[in-house]
Design a protein around this ligand. Structure first.
Ligand SMILES: Nc1nc2c(c(=O)[nH]1)N[C@H]1C(S)=C(S)[C@@H](COP(=O)(O)O)O[C@H]1N2
Ligand SMILES: [Mo]
Length: 410
């Protein structure tokens, strides 16, 4: 108990939380409808372990929590709860009671608004389990030059757990989807960083066609357990293959909209790229920004860890995952000579649509010395990962450049 307190304290010190906390506390005095839990949140020290995460994950930010997973810790075929990244825009709800939690379906294009308890969701609709890849639209942002503001994700804002819940389409159809439906927008129960209960943290969505796909889930379970509190317990949307910002956490309401949803972080520069390519550093008008939909083809080397040492003659066993938004990955190659030549890898089919795929290769490095291993995936439409950072854009989204690791023989 006291050791736990001690480690929390020193953690607070290292990340300079104490002073940041006091700044926030001042803001709270002016905020209107303050969530009574906000003050508590500011005073309490949380660490990765108390959030149920591995202490080996990388903290980018802690108020709110933004945490990524080093590539070699994503080696599992099904991402375990303690290795799934965290991307929070606000403060998670502090007291969640699944027995009183409700989900409302409303909006201009709903036949009849309905509110369902989690028990009703579980009893009225068929349950489905899918492994679905979620990747933050800003994964890879750290490599853009000039730098883009926001969390400096490297490669680890991605994961592919197994999710159980009901199909979003079954619930939408139960309420009734009018012919003029265009989009859905989600609302969650997290609290705005200002503490103002009237402010919405983030409310995004997807076109109705994506919402009605079989794999779009309203999930209560991840890997057979409750979804971790920090990842959206007791209910979240899971929209595989699209920016994970569409997978609303702490889900309490879904609006069926007769226009493109216009909640916070749908508009402006958020989760959008320039419709036409722009030069690095360009200013782009809001009207020239387009919403990101399916994510681009990408892959990770999850074994070995970068920096591995091999004995001369020892085979280099490589493995990882590849994914391609709404598409399938059709081929996987690695290079040990900076892209001069490529070696074809074994590639498994996905366990279901929108799940990442596993690849492996066993290669022999020609002689002793230093090597880089580059990994490149190709999707079923022939789209391929670029070897350098592609398409600079104002907010630093969609960097799907090849992942590289270093290996030494000798
Ligand atoms: N209610 C709510 N849902 C949210 C967010 C949030 O801040 N609040 N962040 C979104 C973003 S930007 C991402 S990348 C994913 C991250 O999911 P995870 O934290 O479970 O990895 O959740 C999305 N859903
Ligand atoms: Mo995100």
């Amino acid at each position: 108990m006291s050791r736990q307190k001690q480690s929390r304290k020193s953690f607070l010190k290292t990340v300079g939380l104490v002073s940041f906390g006091s700044v926030l506390a001042k803001d709270v005095v002016y905020a209107g409808n303050i969530n009574p839990e906000l003050a508590k949140w500011m005073q309490e020290g949380e660490d990765l372990t108390s959030l149920g995460k591995s202490s080996k994950l990388t903290i980018l930010n802690n108020r709110p929590w933004n945490v990524e997973t080093p590539a070699h810790l994503l080696d599992d075929k099904i991402t375990p709860a303690d290795k799934l990244f965290i991307r929070n825009n606000g403060i998670p709800p502090s007291s969640v009671d699944p027995s009183t939690w409700t989900l409302t379906i409303d909006g201009e294009s709903v036949e009849k608004s309905v509110t369902l308890s989690i028990d009703e969701l579980k009893s009225k609709f068929e349950h489905h389990t899918y492994q679905l890849t979620i990747e933050c639209g800003g994964n890879g942002r750290a490599e853009f030059d000039p730098p883009a503001k926001g969390n400096q994700w490297t490669t680890g804002a991605v994961g592919c757990p197994s999710w159980t819940g009901v199909r979003l389409k079954d619930v939408l159809n139960y309420a009734g989807v009018k012919k003029d439906a265009v989009y859905i927008g989600y609302y969650g129960k997290d609290v705005h960083l200002s503490g103002d209960a009237n402010k919405v943290v983030i409310s995004r969505g997807v076109p109705i066609s994506k919402a009605l796909e079989d794999e779009s889930l309203i999930a209560w379970s991840m890997n057979g357990q409750d979804i971790p509190a920090i990842n959206g317990h007791p209910l979240r949307l899971v929209i595989g293959g699209w920016p994970a910002s569409t997978s609303g956490k702490w889900l309490s309401r879904i609006s069926i909209r007769n226009k493109i949803h216009d909640g916070p972080k749908m508009e402006g520069h958020s989760y959008r790229i320039a419709c036409d390519p722009v030069e690095p550093g360009a200013h782009v008008e809001e009207k020239d920004m387009c919403i990101i939909e399916s994510m681009p083809v990408k892959s990770l080397i999850t074994y070995p860890k970068s920096g591995a040492m091999l004995k001369p003659g020892q085979k280099l066993e490589l493995r990882g995952h590849a994914w391609a938004g709404d598409l399938k990955v059709s081929e996987m190659h690695v290079s040990i000579d900076f892209g001069e030549s490529w070696i074809k890898c074994n590639l498994e089919p996905p366990v279901n649509r929108l799940a990442w795929q596993h690849w492996s290769a066993g290669i022999t490095l020609p002689k002793k010395g230093y090597y880089e291993v580059w990994a490149r995936a190709r999707d079923e439409n022939g789209g391929q990962q670029p070897m350098i950072v592609p398409g600079w854009n104002p907010k630093g989204y969609l960097n799907n450049a090849t992942h590289r690791i270093a290996v030494k023989v000798g």
